[in-house]
Design a protein around this ligand. Structure first.
Ligand SMILES: Cc1ncc(COP(=O)(O)O)c(C=O)c1O
Length: 406
């Protein structure tokens, strides 16, 4: 007799579209950093739905705010205003120093908005030849044709007839950006930490250098904070470390704490770059999603989660550095920013293949790039939970190490 989970997995295999490669587990509920599958097994979630569930699963303040708003008003469209939308725009601008907010539903859409906004800004000024974008090798900006044109991993673009006019240069290489610059460049777009690409934090001085190059050439500086934003790095937005102000940012993931919402924030200079009729979203900025985001921001403050991401992230890096020291043949290093951290495996290992072994220890982590095991836990994670995760990882690394030596 198959278990409930086995039965569901069998249907999933036949009915779900084949574009994902999910782990063989079906989750049914969560609490804090714990997830439970339909057979009742418990897992420690240290990936938070890819850096999304920042206040953990089933946070009582967030769930009751969503339930209450759902009972009042879920959707009216952008033909009308709604209060949570206005309040969220105000709150995000107040916290970030930007002046304007556009709401959408995903990170991809937020980046698509950045791309359209920057090209349309120059078009509106009569600079119709200024449409080229400089993006970075290994970058991840999303999957729609526009967003994927800026994504820097060729395999994500292959076979889709992706539109061009994007120049990719090595991440961290200011000289390469300088060489790629020209009067036809509308914008440079960069992630403060390349998350999907392998948890690569920007080298010191990179963002201030990009800002200066954009100013010199009259281009816009766009920052993709989809993975790094909303406190994950121990700052509300990760670029704050570099004391620069971009022209616009993309947000999503942690913003809704698990409820889908994305946003583009811009400076006042860009407020009219997308005049009425040029861009929009039916669901974008609906009262339910905006209430979720407003509540997430409140919880971040009440539980001091942004500051916590900094201290807990430092503790996690310390634990992983111990692991690297103990198994130097298997682990190359640890790097990250706040609670976005990677353990880099030595050449020859494939991070994705190691994940099931970690899952068998009751811990959920994800891969980044080819050889990086990524931690992106809920920001409510405790140091004790992080230590439990690292202990499970240590068991797996020790096994890999033994096999490699055999
Ligand atoms: C930096 C970055 N930008 C954009 C995206 C795409 O976001 P979404 O999957 O919500 O469309 C991601 C997703 O991983 C991301 O990490």
């Amino acid at each position: 007799m198959p278990s409930p989970q086995e039965e569901l997995l069998e249907i999933a295999k036949r009915r779900l579209y084949g574009n994902y490669r999910p782990a063989q587990v079906v989750f049914t509920r969560g609490k804090g950093c714990d997830l439970y599958d339909v057979d009742g097994n418990r897992y420690l979630d240290l990936c938070a739905g890819v850096a999304v569930d920042c206040v953990g699963h089933a946070h009582p303040t967030l769930t009751s705010a969503i339930a209450e708003q759902a009972g009042r008003l879920m959707h009216v469209s952008n033909y009308f205003y709604n209060e949570p939308n206005i309040r969220l725009a105000d709150e995000l601008c107040r916290r970030s120093g930007f002046a304007r907010a556009f709401f959408c539903n995903t990170g991809t859409e937020a980046n698509e908005a950045l791309l359209k906004m920057s090209r349309r800004y120059f078009y509106g000024q009569g600079q119709t030849n200024r449409a080229r974008i400089i993006a970075f090798d290994n970058a991840f900006h999303g999957r729609t044709l526009g967003a994927v044109s800026m994504t820097g991993t060729p395999k994500y673009r292959e076979g889709f007839g992706v539109p061009g006019n994007v120049t990719h240069v090595p991440y961290g290489d200011l000289e390469a950006v300088r060489k790629a610059m020209g009067p036809d460049v509308a914008a440079v777009i960069a992630e403060p930490v390349q998350g999907e690409g392998g948890v690569f934090p920007a080298p010191p001085g990179f963002f201030s250098g990009l800002r200066a190059l954009c100013d010199e050439h009259g281009a816009l500086f766009l920052v993709d904070e989809v993975q790094t934003g909303i406190g994950r790095t121990g700052r509300f937005l990760a670029f704050e470390k570099d004391h620069v102000m971009p022209d616009a940012v993309a947000l999503a993931k942690g913003l809704g704490g698990g409820f889908p919402i994305g946003a583009m924030l811009t400076t006042e200079k860009l407020a009219d770059a997308l005049p009425p009729g040029t861009h929009g979203s039916t669901f974008g900025g609906n009262p339910l999603a905006c209430t979720a985001a407003l509540t997430v921001l409140r919880i971040l403050d009440e539980e001091k989660l942004v500051e916590g991401a900094r201290t807990k992230g430092a503790a996690l890096i310390g634990m992983l550095e111990d692991l690297v020291r103990d198994f130097p043949q298997t682990c190359e290093g640890a790097r990250g920013d706040g609670l976005l951290v990677g353990l880099i495996l030595r050449e020859g290992f494939v991070a994705r293949d190691v994940l099931p072994l970690i899952q068998a220890q009751g811990v959920l982590l994800i891969a980044a790039g080819e050889r990086v095991i990524r931690f992106a836990p809920p920001l409510v994670v405790t140091e004790a939970e992080l230590a439990r995760g690292v202990t499970a990882l240590r068991t797996v690394v020790a096994e890999l190490d033994k096999k490699r030596r055999a």
